[in-house]
Every structure is written in C-alpha cells, then in structure tokens.
Design a protein. Structure first.
Length: 367
C-alpha cells in the first residue's frame, strides 16, 4: 500500500522552504516515485487550499483527491494539519479516512521552545500582533501552553498512528540546517538529492530591533491587512533601524522558563527517536547568560521608516488604492507617537493569526 506522507510543520522550522522545494521539484520527485498531492499552490507550495478544502468539502473528498494523485507514494505539506492532529478525534478521523488508500506517515520538525517562541513572535508582529513580547509570552503560556509540550503532543500522535509511522526531525539553531537531507531521510525513499533544485531561503527573520519596531506598529482590521504587509516589507528592507547585534528579545531567564519545564520531554523524544541533538534541543538555555535588551526605537528611526512607507505606498498600482494606503500610513505617524493608542492583538490558538495572508503579502510584494 502507498504511503501518504503528511508533513505538518511545526511552523518556523523551514516549512515554507520545504513546501517550495516540493513544488519546484514536482516532476523530479514523481520520477522517483513520490507524487505531490493536490492543494499545494504553485509556485510557492503554500497549502491554504488544503485548509479550505477540508473546511468546505470534508475529509472524505480531500483524501479521495489525494488517493487519485500519481506516484508510488504521495506527500502533502500543511502546518494547518498540526492544528487538526492536536485533537485526537480529528487525528483518528484523518487516519481512518486515509487507511483504505494509504499508510499515513507523519513528518514533524521540532525546534527548541525558546527559539520557536521568539520566531513565532517575529512572524506574528509582521501580520497580526501589536504588543510587547512579554505580553505575547504570558498570553501564549496561558492559552496555548500545550503546544510547547512536544513530548505530550508527539505521544498523542503515537497513540493514533503508532510510533513507527512518526518521523521526527530537529531544526537546529546552533549550526546550519540541512532541510533537504533531513526531509529525504524522513521519507526514506532513496531519492537522489542531486536531482533536486534547491529552493532559496524563505521567510527570513529581521534583526531584533526591526522586530521590536513591527511589534509597535498598530495592526489594522483583519480585512485591511495589506497595510501590515506593506509595513513588514518596508521594515525588512530599510536601513533606518540599526542592528545592535543581539539576537533575543526575551532575557535568558525568561527563555529558560520556556524550556526548563519541557526539558525532560525533549530528552525523552531525543532518546525515543534516536535524534542527533548536539546537546542543544534537550538542554535549557543558561538563565545567567550575558544579555542586554534592545535599545528603544528612537523617534528619528520611527519617522524615517514611516516616511519610507509613505513613499512605497505612493508607488502602489492604482491611484485610488495608493492614496488610500498613503492615508493609512500617514495615520501611523500619529498613532505610533502615542503608545496608548496601540492595543495588543489577542493571541490566537492557530499558527497563523491571519489565514491566507501569505497570498496577500506575496501579491503586494509582486506589485
């Protein structure tokens, strides 16, 4: 029976790179016996259509389309599946729907909790979150603490699918990551990587003071997220915000608190799956390590970036749209001078605060 490989993330572990790698190499992978399932939007490989299809048409129809895909085996990649599979009943429903056609195999990359958390913050401030990382951390641990307990989450997958059908890989924050090699090792199909075209790096995180700036940008109504996308693009490319060379926004003691309660579980995963850890994933960070907070964003930096955003908005296609966006950017000059006007956006339980924003941001970038 064919294997159905479900690459489910987790977010911020190279998922966008893997999705683009799969999309760019669709033909070569099929020649090697691995078919890319539908719902993987080309050219980026984003899988928003999978989410919509499950919500609109149900699992039976989605699995039916996957079963009709060519290839000795089939793969589909979607971080949304991580959310579904966290619920044991929904995980069992996916397993049972797939079984007449496939052996379902889960592929999951994991990243140490503190690095993962800061990377999530850096992503969410681009799109939907305005507020401090301290508030973000408190809310995350109050509402989504289970997502930080990797061992418990994997154990839930094991109960549904069996440990032999779970493939765990580590995303390393110390040293380079060979995502192509790790993915091919997880698939274990003998695919010749020399035949694959390597995707470029996706979703590069800005330095921490740029992240700090974005955390202070008021986020618009979810129906007007093109403003957030514009500001993220401008901040990514600006030279007006100085890099202080630091990496983390959270102090080491707070990062230690994120990892220490999960350290035993991390060690259990390393042992159970024979993972090459290099002594990092299973060890909490040193709470007494040297650290200094980022310098506050100066008024000069804020004005320079907002002026760059004004110029970028005027260059947008469509005169009326450009003027409307310019007015919105102009309002930020007033709102960011008064921090009391910037309210924090609540943390949402799903990985993306704004489903589908990837498509909107890509369209704005292309424009």
């Amino acid at each position: 029976m064919r294997n159905l490989y479900l690459h489910i993330g987790q977010p911020k572990t190279g998922s966008s790179f893997i999705q683009k790698l799969l999309a760019d190499n669709r033909a070569a992978l099929l020649d090697a016996g691995l078919g890319l399932g539908p719902y993987m939007t080309l050219p980026s490989g984003k899988s928003l259509p999978l989410r919509r299809a499950i919500e609109q048409h149900g699992l039976a129809q989605v699995i039916g389309r996957l079963a009709a895909s060519p290839g000795e085996h089939v793969i589909v990649s979607s971080e949304f599946l991580r959310v579904i599979l966290a619920d044991a009943r929904q995980a069992a429903a996916i397993r049972d729907a797939a079984r007449p056609h496939f052996n379902p195999v889960i592929v999951l990359f994991l990243r140490r909790q503190d690095h993962w958390h800061e990377s999530l913050f850096a992503e969410d401030v681009k799109t939907c979150y305005a507020g401090s990382i301290e508030a973000f951390t408190r809310t995350a641990l109050e509402t989504t603490a289970a997502y930080y307990d990797y061992d418990r989450g994997v154990a839930g997958l094991e109960r549904v699918f069996g440990q032999e059908r779970i493939r765990i890989r580590l995303f390393h924050d110390q040293g380079p990551n060979d995502l192509v090699g790790e993915l091919l090792a997880a698939l274990d199909l003998g695919i010749d990587r020399s035949r694959l075209q390597t995707a470029g790096r996706q979703n590069r995180s800005p330095h921490r003071r740029k992240v700090l700036f974005l955390s202070q940008v008021p986020k618009p109504d979810p129906r007007m997220q093109d403003l957030a996308a514009l500001m993220a693009r401008v901040v990514e490319n600006t030279g007006a915000i100085a890099d202080d060379g630091g990496r983390f926004l959270l102090p080491p003691g707070r990062r230690h608190q994120l990892v220490a309660p999960q350290a035993a579980g991390n060690r259990a995963l390393v042992a159970r799956y024979g993972l090459p850890d290099r002594g990092h994933f299973a060890c909490p960070p040193d709470p007494d390590a040297d650290w200094s907070p980022p310098a506050p964003i100066s008024g000069r930096e804020r004005r320079a970036v907002l002026n760059e955003a004004l110029r970028a908005s005027l260059r947008l296609p469509g005169r009326r749209y450009a003027l409307r966006m310019t007015a919105r950017v102009g309002s930020l000059h007033v709102r960011m001078r008064d921090p009391h006007r910037t309210a924090a956006t609540p943390w949402l339980e799903e990985w993306s605060c704004a489903p589908g924003l990837e498509d909107d941001r890509d369209g704005l970038k292309d424009a």
